[in-house]
Design a binder for this molecule. Structure first.
Ligand code: NAD
Length: 361
């Protein structure tokens, strides 16, 4: 297997920014997209990092991704806001959506913002992190409108997307808790990463096109398609169902009910965001002291065999980030070749991308 290319975060950001800008995005959009994707790589989620660029550029070329959009306000009661993402880059739409959700929660104590028809909004933790940085609790239910790739519990083919759920809890004087995961056993991008690396998936993760268990990631990447299973059996499936209904339908957007016919041009997300200001609930000091006491109790017990310590959600991502800021970001050769090819589609040469990324030709 060919060795990964190691690229320092600022250089990788500059290279992705150049590709997005060449695609027609304004400077703000190019910067937000590049920073968001590289942050996902830094946090260890390569599935939602720069490897998404080929998919985005394909969407752009096919007309599924609209450039330089802002969320369009469809309804505004103050704490309740409904937004149309207008098929814009999710990194911009998500960012602007959270600014609205945060501002309204500060003003009213609580906000619920329904966003529909955004192009792919990436790592949902990025949006919770904006809220926790403002001292707010943030909850996100997300659906994915694209090729259906996750099977219902008991079902034998893909019927919906990887429907992530994310909850952020702010802490005073300590790192926040950010729980952020797909309701599928594995995020789809991780099956792509495994496929690109020629790796197998853990048993029990996916089924093949006949509904049989398999460890071969190709069944989620190239036809004939199988499906990813939900995590936690019927429980994860239940959460996926709720994410579909709240993220897709309650927000005014679409839910999945279409077999894949190859006509879907982009990857779209709907997201219900609920933000609560603990100050306005009057429990802020109590909340913080209970978080400290409970997490202290949680992490002070004996460590089970095979573990080095008890971690709280958000901690692994911070550990990844510290390591990758120091060592650089590994990008596998297939992903890098796909990124260079997509740069070519918008008229930026591979040599120029590699020059910006600091890779010797
Ligand atoms: P994952 O399985 O890596 O789980 C991540 C979560 O588990 C994080 O909150 C992390 O802090 C926590 N965690 C991990 N190891 C832990 C440990 N040892 N102890 C305690 N907590 C631990 O995540 P995933 O399901 O592969 O999702 C990856 C990313 O994909 C997420 O950022 C998600 O938002 C994103 N996603 C986006 C979409 C979309 O359509 N936009 C769809 C699916 C997933």
């Amino acid at each position: 297997m060919a060795e990964d290319i190691i690229i320092a975060a600022p250089k990788l950001t500059a290279a992705i920014e150049a590709i997005v800008a060449k695609g027609g995005s304004n400077a703000r959009e190019a910067k937000l997209v590049a920073e968001n994707l590289v942050e996902a790589n830094l946090k260890g989620h390569d599935s939602h990092g720069v490897g998404m660029i080929p998919r985005y550029i394909q969407s752009l070329v096919e007309g599924g991704l609209a450039l330089n959009q802002a969320p369009r306000i469809e309804l505004d009661t103050g704490p309740l806001v409904r937004l149309d993402g207008q098929a814009g880059y999710g990194q911009v739409i998500g960012h602007d959506t959270m600014n609205i959700a945060i501002e309204r929660a500060r003003k009213h104590g609580l906000s619920a913002v329904g966003l529909h028809h955004s192009h792919h909004i990436g790592r949902i933790g990025a949006w919770a992190e904006m809220a926790v940085a403002a001292g707010l609790v943030s909850m996100h239910f997300v659906n994915v409108v694209s090729r259906p790739i996750v099977a219902a519990w008991g079902g034998g083919d893909g019927r919906f997307g990887t429907n992530p759920i994310c909850i952020g809890v702010p802490r005073k004087g300590a790192d926040p808790i950010v729980l952020d995961f797909a309701t599928s056993r594995i995020a789809q991008g991780k099956t792509r990463v495994a496929h690109n690396k020629g790796a197998k998936l853990p048993p029990g993760t996916i089924i093949d096109n006949e509904g049989r268990p398999t460890v071969d990631p190709r069944f989620t990447v190239i036809p004939p398609f199988g499906a990813i299973m939900t995590f936690g059996e019927h429980k994860g499936f239940g959460l996926a169902l709720i994410a579909e209904l709240l993220g897709g339908a309650l927000t005014g957007g679409a839910t999945m009910r279409k077999a894949y016919d190859g006509s879907m041009k982009g990857v779209y997300n709907g997201m219900l965001t609920i933000v609560i200001d603990p100050e306005r609930l009057g429990t802020s000091n109590h909340f913080q002291s209970e978080i400290d006491a409970f997490t202290g109790w949680l992490t002070s017990g004996p460590v089970a065999e095979g573990f080095d310590k008890v971690r709280l959600a958000g901690e692994p991502e911070r550990e990844w980030k510290a390591k990758r800021l120091k060592d650089g970001i590994p990008v596998d050769q297939t992903t890098w070749a796909d990124i260079l090819a997509s740069a070519g589609k918008v008229g930026l040469s591979a040599a120029e991308v590699e020059r910006i990324a600091g890779i010797a030709g």
